[in-house]
Design a protein around this ligand. Structure first.
Ligand SMILES: Cc1cc2nc3c(=O)[nH]c(=O)nc-3n(C[C@H](O)[C@H](O)[C@H](O)COP(=O)(O)OP(=O)(O)OC[C@H]3O[C@@H](n4cnc5c(N)ncnc54)[C@H](O)[C@@H]3O)c2cc1C
Length: 382
């Protein structure tokens, strides 16, 4: 069990954001280019995230967490992403789709066993849903589990899993029988290093380099009965609720990249003014402000205890689109220098370009929005 460390009780969302901004400037900025170039985050930065208590955000104080709301978590993610999107996404995955689902769905025993170690950063979390052939259509996953008198045995493979190689704990989804569709799926807590679990490949990516993205094999992975997260057969519900929260976090990371790209563009326009650049800057402002409004709406809905999954999809869609559009215009404004490897504008564009895929593609967010509009849950009125 991890250490339960004193909490930063009473810290406001604004203070969390300011803390993240200061940490990002002092501890992450000097390494941002190297993280991208080497595709590795120095361990000191992960320790720093834990030292700042960012790895504990939104988890129950009883288990070493920080009683922080979504506004605080998203402010931290946005500030980190503006300096290194890879660092922000690593933290977002750890919190939103591993630690928070345990706080939400775990038994008291599971929470006691795992949350202190996750909160203090002794173990980083990962989430394994996607498989070769089962990405957007999550219900069609093929990794299987069998129930035995002692527990469960998992077989299969996963792909594009963030944080997995260095994760201390993975939330992995498998089905009892692919013929059962969504009802056959369950979620399991798999400690990193469990026998039969292996990382078979680490992908070299366009952007978010440093955030490790891997392929996994599960071969006869034996787990105790206590590894099942949530009721058996409710895995897709667990996964989709985790992804709704995750999308608010990923939207905030995309917003951080969009904001950084906007500021970079503003600097470039000041240095070399031209009407066409002014036009791009004005468009970028409108895109950024629209994205911020939708991210804030998703954050508010979640913090007020309202249903927020549709708002999360809208926020993720618009913020990732804004990040790509603003970062792309930023490369234009920077001119040839912006296209050089290692240029800030170039790195921001590559990072931005991955956000429309992570935690559900733009098309999937559009389908979620359309369903919600047709069912009357979402209305485009005041
Ligand atoms: C950097 C990175 C990190 C990731 N981290 C994780 C992780 O930690 N854990 C995890 O489980 N997964 C992770 N993923 C996987 C990610 O969630 C999937 O890539 C994504 O859900 C899409 O699945 P897919 O790649 O199989 O594409 P597909 O589902 O095959 O989609 C291919 C294309 O078809 C479109 N499409 C699919 N279905 C429809 C439809 N019904 N209507 C219209 N268009 C459709 C998609 O939008 C997409 O453009 C990560 C991916 C990336 C790139």
């Amino acid at each position: 069990m991890g250490r339960v460390v004193p909490t930063a009780e009473g810290t406001t969302p604004k203070e969390w954001r300011a803390r993240a901004r200061a940490f990002a400037a002092a501890e992450v900025r000097p390494h941002a280019v190297t993280i991208d170039r080497t595709d590795r985050i120095p361990p000191g930065i992960i320790h720093g995230l834990a030292g700042q208590r960012f790895t504990a955000l939104g988890l129950p104080p009883k288990w070493g967490g920080e009683d922080a709301d979504t506004e605080a978590v998203c402010g931290v993610l946005e500030e980190l992403a503006g300096v290194s999107a890879a660092v922000a996404v690593t933290l977002a995955v750890h919190l939103s789709v591993c630690a928070v689902p345990i706080a939400q769905w775990g038994t008291p025993e599971q929470q006691e066993e795992w949350l202190p170690a996750l909160a203090c950063g002794e173990r980083m979390g990962a989430f394994g849903l996607t498989e070769p052939g089962a990405g957007s259509d999550t219900a069609s996953l093929r990794s299987k589990y069998e129930r035995t008198p002692e527990g469960f045995v998992l077989h299969g493979s996963k792909t594009f899993i963030s944080n997995a190689a260095s994760a201390g704990l993975l939330l992995i989804f498998a089905t009892k029988d692919p013929g059962l569709g969504s009802h056959g799926i369950s979620g399991f807590l798999v400690p990193g290093g469990t026998a039969g679990f292996s990382v078979t490949q680490r992908f070299d990516k366009l952007g978010l380099r440093g955030s490790e993205t891997t392929e996994l094999r599960l071969e006869n992975v034996r787990l105790p009965l206590g590894a099942l997260l949530g009721p058996e057969g409710s895995g897709l519900k667990v996964a989709l609720s985790a992804l709704a929260g995750g999308r608010v976090g990923i939207a905030s990371c995309a917003l951080g990249v969009a904001q950084a790209a906007f500021e970079e563009m503003q600097r470039a326009v000041r240095e070399a003014d031209a009407d066409w650049k002014r036009t791009l800057l004005a468009r970028a402002f409108v895109e950024l402000a629209s994205a911020r409004a939708l991210v804030q709406e998703a954050v508010r809905a979640r913090d007020q205890g309202r249903p927020f999954a549709t708002e999360a999809s809208a926020a993720k869609l618009v913020a990732s689109r804004a990040a790509v559009s603003i970062a792309s215009a930023g490369v234009d404004v920077a001119g040839p220098a912006g296209a050089r490897a290692g240029a800030e504008a170039e790195r921001l564009w590559r990072d931005a370009r991955v956000f429309p895929i992570v935690e559900g593609t733009t098309e999937i967010q559009e389908l979620i929005l359309a369903r919600s509009l047709l069912e009357g849950e979402l209305r485009p009125t005041a």
